[in-house]
Design a protein around this ligand. Structure first.
Ligand code: K1U
Ligand code: ZN
Length: 159
């Protein structure tokens, strides 16, 4: 669905910086380029909790999961593209992620906890997959119906 980024340009770096600003403002812990209308393989995340800890903003171009644990973890996920809806999703508890940073440098890092959940959620966005795609049909339908209703109400308010 989203095209890999081949050449890092100032325009792409500016897009990544804007996405981080949007993510912090939302507030959220991650954001993927298609959520802001850009079909590029770019995600940003910062899962540091609490104001007393140093933030760790990560910009990932062409992120890839290169290994995933058998062990799984359940987390109640939300999504900035599906407002006010939360559901438990099971994913690999640990993943090894490879990406290119805003300076063009390649990184490979193991992630666990919320970082692992979030990076998988964001990479899914690049492949057109949402957290509701992991849910049982009934729960997924409940959320989809709520979203249709919300969209209809918003359209009515604007008219
Ligand atoms: O990609 C997105 O839609 C952002 C999403 C990321 C995410 C949340 C939970 C699990 C996996 C991935 C969000 O950031 S939703 C907002 C949110 O979870 C949050 C907001 C403020 C503080 C803490 C969390
Ligand atoms: Zn999301």
């Amino acid at each position: 669905m989203c095209a890999p980024v081949s050449d890092l340009s100032d325009e792409l770096r500016a897009l990544a910086d804007d996405m981080l600003e949007t993510m912090y403002h939302a507030p959220g812990i991650g954001l993927a380029a298609p959520q802001v209308g850009q079909l590029k393989r770019l995600i940003v995340l910062d899962c540091v909790k609490g104001d007393d800890e140093e933030p760790r903003p990560l910009i990932m171009f062409n992120p890839e999961i290169v290994a995933a644990s058998e062990e799984t973890n359940v987390y109640e996920e939300g999504c900035l593209s599906i407002p006010e809806q939360f559901a438990e999703v099971t994913r690999p508890a640990e993943v090894e992620v490879r990406w290119i940073d805003r300076d063009g440098k390649e990184h490979t890092e193991g992630m666990d906890g919320l970082w692992a959940t979030c990076v998988q959620h964001e990479i899914d966005h690049l492949d057109g997959k949402l957290f509701i795609d992991y849910l049982k049909p009934l729960k997924r339908q409940m959320i989809t119906r709520k979203m249709v209703k919300m969209k209809r109400e918003l359209a009515r308010e604007k008219a």
